[in-house]
Ligand binder design. Structure first.
Ligand SMILES: Nc1ncnc2c1ncn2[C@@H]1O[C@H](COP(=O)(O)OP(=O)(O)OP(=O)(O)O)[C@@H](O)[C@H]1O
Length: 269
């Protein structure tokens, strides 16, 4: 804790010296954070019991997506809320390090990412990470989660199999729902999740034609990824795709805004 307090102090000094308006604390080791900073403090963590106020805000994001992805999402959040401009810097402090992140100019795709789906995105990422690592019954799983703008998403899709979630009020934010989602991940097609977290459907085929749309994703990705990119182009939804190869990608406005392979990350531990 003493080490962390010393790091914290240096981080605050650094932020002041470079004129950063925001300090981001990444999974701080304690909830009793003693910090004097005139700007905004963002705390990234899971279930932190820190009082939020105008100057302190919490952001639930899984550390397992890796520091770089995490900082990109924080940058997206800060930009989306108008707390930081392109080209500006923020200081981030982890349990044992300090760094500076410059918010990139080209960040349009992630704008609005956090507007409504904060907690839901985190929960879906957690499920995707677990499915990537565990698979299902010893076999790799691939699937798509489409979050938000449900009315439009439903218009641009159809059932491949009878919808197992029809008529049920199942919400992804309920921890008991995780194994149910994993259980149905073997179904072909996509899960459709509303902006409030309700699992509206599974086994849904996305009726989108990527060829007719301006989507900007690397060559070599197959139909699952093209469809995911395309649905986020024709609707305001976010798509989170798990490839059978284990890679997780987040799409918005036809672009990839996050790419992560939990299986590779795991090898480092
Ligand atoms: N338009 C779509 N809507 C929903 N699911 C789709 C769509 N297109 C493909 N899929 C699903 O993706 C599966 C894999 O297709 P494909 O191998 O072409 O994709 P991919 O992008 O290479 O994915 P992976 O990396 O997991 O192999 C299909 O069996 C199907 O379940």
């Amino acid at each position: 804790m003493e080490l962390f307090n010393a790091i914290l102090k240096s981080g605050v000094e650094l932020a002041k010296n470079i004129g950063a308006k925001v300090i981001v604390l990444v999974y701080p080791p304690s909830e009793n954070i003693d910090i004097e900073f005139p700007g905004l403090i963002i705390i990234v963590g899971r279930e932190l019991d820190v009082k939020e106020g105008k100057k302190i805000q919490k952001l639930p994001l899984p550390m397992s997506i890796g520091l770089e992805n995490l900082l990109n999402l924080v940058a997206a959040f800060l930009k989306g809320k108008g707390m930081i401009e392109s080209g500006e810097k923020f200081v981030y402090i982890t349990e044992n390090s300090i760094g500076v992140k410059v918010v990139k100019e080209n960040f349009q795709a992630v704008e609005g990412f956090f507007d409504r789906y904060e907690g839901i995105v985190q929960r879906v990422l957690e499920i995707a990470i677990e499915l990537s690592i565990e698979g299902r019954e010893g076999r790799p799983v691939g699937t798509i989660f489409v979050i938000g703008d449900t009315k439009e998403v439903m218009k641009h899709s159809h059932q491949l199999v009878p919808n197992p979630f029809k008529g049920h009020k199942i919400n992804i934010m309920n921890p008991k729902v995780k194994p149910i989602i994993k259980e149905f991940s073997f179904l072909d097609g996509a899960f459709i999740i509303s902006s409030t977290g309700r699992v509206v459907a599974a086994g849904r085929y996305l009726d989108v034609d990527p060829k007719k749309l301006e989507i900007d994703i690397p060559q070599g990705l197959g139909s699952r990824h093209l469809a995911s990119a395309a649905i986020t182009k024709v609707t305001k939804a976010i798509a989170i795709t798990l490839s059978e190869s284990g890679v997780i990608r987040v799409f918005k406005d036809g672009k990839i805004i996050l790419e992560y392979n939990p299986r590779l990350a795991r090898q480092y531990f």
